[in-house]
Ligand binder design. Structure first.
Ligand code: CO
Length: 135
């Protein structure tokens, strides 16, 4: 089994601070990590849930994929991040099975991770991110 854990569930939101405040007030959540990923045009906040995270995601510019997602579909579940031991191996398995990928090869993600996205047309309508934790 190449998927070792749910790394994060990513939720696209219009107002990152409002979403963080809601999780804090209602569930007592705390922000473990915040990061702007300039290459992806997103700002994210990670709230720990057991050994996984809820990742709140908002666009930092109009041409960001998350901005397009919000415009088309509105707020909500954006992708699932699965933890893998080796992102390249998992990505190769997708490609070897004829699957469509968004990232042809692994690339840097947030928190110093190595990531690759699989096209939702391949993975039954869900955008999947393969996440290799390098810490
Ligand atoms: Co993600």
């Amino acid at each position: 089994m190449l998927l070792t854990e749910i790394d994060h569930i990513a939720i696209a939101v219009n107002d990152l601070d409002a979403a963080i405040a809601w999780y804090q007030e209602v569930f007592g959540a705390t922000v473990e990590h915040r990061e702007v990923v300039e290459s992806d045009g997103v700002a994210e906040a990670l709230l720990r849930v057991a050994d996984s995270y809820v990742q709140l995601l908002t666009p930092t510019r109009d041409d960001s994929p998350v901005a397009k997602y919000l415009a088309n579909k509105g707020e909500g579940l954006h992708h699932v991040g699965y933890r893998v031991a080796d992102c390249a191996v998992a990505l190769e398995s997708v490609k070897a099975s004829g699957g469509r990928v968004i990232d042809e090869s692994p690339r840097p993600g947030s928190r110093g991770t190595t990531v690759a996205f699989i096209h939702p047309k391949t993975s039954f309508g869900t955008l999947i991110e393969l996440v290799q934790d390098n810490s």
